[in-house]
Ligand binder design. Structure first.
Ligand SMILES: NC(=O)c1ccc[n+]([C@@H]2O[C@H](COP(=O)([O-])OP(=O)(O)OC[C@H]3O[C@@H](n4cnc5c(N)ncnc54)[C@H](OP(=O)(O)O)[C@@H]3O)[C@@H](O)[C@H]2O)c1
Length: 252
């Protein structure tokens, strides 16, 4: 059963991130704390509406490109959880660029890489002591999303072996880098009992996915949560899953 006690989601003000917050609240055993992070809490009306009726939800400012906002969010979480640590970190936030070979620019490549690859890595680095704390509560437990886990929301178009249409230079490359970061983390953190896996949420009707996408956020997140529930031990870490189909995607 998926039942992490303390969860953090980035980019939680809209799209897939917001739906994650809603679905964690619907679990049989909902988290004690959900840290719903976004760049601009002041304008995150729907998320703040969810938090209003659910005291377990804390809306935090966190811009993955702004280290001080990451550090401030970490300090707030630490003060709230009183030594309990962080069980599940979902790196969901991202930006897309549709630039092709002829339109890709140095600035565009750098901005997307900064947001989609460097940002999630820096978030993990900051929250790592809290993930380690959560993992240490039961050193004999198998790795899982209930114990201590990093879920990096990736994309199927980051798969090199499945690339048959080209385009999206910055987005594909940044998420392929995120996938590599995920495998690295899975190796570095295995002995600490922390799982790290990437999930593709499907093609989803959000601002990013657009109106022609195949599924809604409810279907996407229901699938991702089902995959997360099954991630267990060494078999569950360092993988790249299709969140809706539930099977693995080729890394390379
Ligand atoms: N939708 C799809 O079809 C699809 C397909 C494959 C993968 N994905 C992946 O799924 C995840 C969620 O996508 P989505 O469709 O929900 O996208 P979305 O609707 O465009 O939402 C993106 C979220 O990321 C946040 N964000 C952007 N830059 C940020 C930064 N520097 N720091 C913190 N937050 C930032 C946005 O915040 P603001 O509101 O402040 O901009 C927003 O909350 C992404 O990782 C995306 O790559 C989506």
């Amino acid at each position: 059963m998926l039942a992490p006690k303390i969860v953090l989601v980035t980019g939680a003000n809209r799209g897939i991130g917001l739906e994650f917050v809603k679905q964690f609240l619907l679990l049989k055993s909902p988290p004690k704390y959900i840290f719903a992070c976004c760049r601009q809490p002041d304008t995150a009306e729907e998320l703040k509406g969810v938090a209003k009726g659910n005291p377990s939800v804390h809306v935090l400012k966190l811009d993955v490109c702004d280290q001080s906002s990451i550090d401030n969010a970490k300090a707030f979480l630490e003060s709230k959880v009183e030594g309990e640590g962080l069980n599940l970190l979902i790196n969901n936030s991202a930006i897309i660029s549709h630039a092709d070979l002829y339109n890709a620019t140095r600035e565009d490549m750098a901005k997307v890489y900064e947001t989609n690859a460097i940002g999630p890595l820096m978030v993990v680095k900051s929250f790592l002591p809290l993930l380690k704390k959560a993992a240490s509560v039961d050193p004999s437990a198998a790795m899982s999303c209930n114990r201590a886990a990093i879920i990096n929301i990736s994309t199927g178009v980051a798969s090199i072996s499945e690339n048959s249409s080209s385009g999206l230079y910055a987005y594909r490359a940044s998420k392929a880098a995120l996938n590599m970061i995920t495998t690295n983390m899975s190796l570095d953190l295995k002995n600490e009992g922390i799982l790290a896996t990437a999930i593709h949420p499907g093609w989803v009707k959000t601002d990013m996915g657009g109106p022609n996408a195949l599924i809604d956020t409810v279907t996407s997140v229901t699938g991702c949560m089902s995959v997360m529930e099954k991630l267990h031990g060494e078999e569950g870490t360092g993988k790249f899953y299709h969140g809706v189909r539930g099977d693995k995607i080729g890394w390379s």
